[in-house]
Design a protein around this ligand. Structure first.
Ligand code: KIV
Ligand code: ZN
Length: 385
């Protein structure tokens, strides 16, 4: 199996989620957990954005030893110098510098001509390379850029010394087929493309960030970018845990794997959720509260006989102790009996039947029947004459 690098940007793009503000200590705690999770590169922040972010990036770079720490910079010498001061003590200092290449961004945001954009990108990548051993350049809004122009600027930026070329789907606009086509186009039309690693960075505005990332992997990128729990600007970034688990579960289809330690996923997800204050939706793939919960009688019966009937991922694989048979209005006798047994009740067949009916009545009155409710029902039956 070939390896695809994981570039985690939870602490930079993830922190750009509306309402999220991590302090230095929180960032360091997450960084240490990301190191345990086994990401290859972590983007620790944007040092020129504030003194606090500078300090956090510096401390992370000086602490983390098992992966490369990077940080974001605009195409300004002052941003690059500030990033160098923050990152120079790192195990493998790496700069992430970006400039937009789409007509919309160049005209309205940068107010620069395409030629000026090429000149700036080339000058700043060359300047960054005087200090940093590794430089990643991102063509912001790549998916809405003119492909010929993109090929031209990429060629120049590689000549200037870039090591990684990232083509972000900044506004989550691309479909999987289009995103794969973009990478194929660049591979075929950029003379010196073999000198660099290609990277995919997807946003989830149309709910396609993970699919787009997987399509990019199939198209041959060597690096994928994303965040834990998929947090990030607007609808968020590609969710790294979903990509890693999809590659593992569908290794019949994909020939790439990440180096992520899959059973650290749940712990990482919980920590990010706690410190960012962003709750993970219950039905979120891989880490949601319901991702391994079964409510209907048919499913519970199947899972009790053989888990793989309705579970393609084992909870343990991602660091969750066990699945969860939730007793609700669709649940059947089989799961109810199993729950009673797990609580240690040994009731006669007749009493269990009555208890089951009481439970079913309750599901018509309450949205969620808790373990405490079940315990009370079973205790009543046990003490009844
Ligand atoms: O989405 C994006 O384009 C970015 C860049 C800074 C890489 O986050
Ligand atoms: Zn982004």
């Amino acid at each position: 199996m070939a390896h695809v690098n994981v570039f985690d940007t939870t602490l930079r793009d993830g922190e750009q989620s509306a309402g999220v503000n991590l302090n230095r200590l929180e960032k360091i705690e997450i960084a240490k957990q990301l190191e345990r999770l086994g990401v290859d590169i972590m983007e620790a922040g944007f040092p020129a954005s504030s003194q606090e972010d500078f300090e956090a990036v510096k401390e992370i770079a000086n602490t983390v030893r098992n992966c490369s720490v990077t940080a974001l910079a605009r195409t300004f010498k002052s941003d690059i110098d500030t990033a160098w001061e923050a990152l120079k003590g790192g195990a493998e200092p790496r700069l992430h510098i970006f400039l937009a290449t789409s007509p919309i961004h160049m005209t309205h945001k940068l107010k620069k001509t395409p030629d000026e954009v090429v000149t700036t990108a080339v000058e700043m990548v060359a300047y960054a390379k005087e200090k940093f051993p590794y430089v990643q350049w991102s063509a912001e809004d790549a998916t809405r850029s003119d492909y010929d122009f993109l090929a031209h600027i990429i060629e120049k930026v590689i000549d200037a010394g870039a090591d990684v070329i990232n083509l972000p789907d900044t506004v989550g606009y691309a479909t999987p087929e289009e995103y794969a086509e973009l990478f194929k186009y660049v591979k075929q039309n950029v003379r010196n493309i073999d000198q660099v690693t290609l990277s995919a960075h997807c946003h989830d505005d149309l709910g396609m960030a993970v699919s787009n990332s997987l399509a990019a992997i199939e198209a041959g990128v060597g690096q994928i970018e994303g965040t834990i729990n998929g947090i990030g600007e607007r609808a968020g970034n590609a969710s790294l845990e979903e990509i890693a688990v999809a590659l593992e579960i569908r290794k019949d289809k994909y020939t790439y794997q990440t180096g992520m330690v899959l059973n650290e996923i749940k712990r990482t997800s919980d920590l990010v959720s706690k410190l960012t204050g962003m709750q993970v939706p219950g039905n979120k793939a891989v880490v949601g509260r319901n991702a391994f919960a079964h409510e209907s009688g048919i499913h519970q019966d199947g899972v009790l006989k053989e888990a793989t009937t309705y579970e393609i991922i084992t909870p343990k694989m991602v660091g969750i102790d066990s699945n969860n048979l939730v007793l609700g209005k669709h649940s059947g006798r089989h799961a109810f009996m199993q729950k009673a047994e797990s609580f240690g009740f040994q009731l006669s067949e007749a009493k269990l039947k009555e208890a089951f009916h009481t439970f079913k009545d309750l599901t018509g009155k309450k949205k969620e029947v808790t373990d405490a409710d079940l315990f009370a029902i079973l205790t009543d039956k046990q003490t009844e004459n």
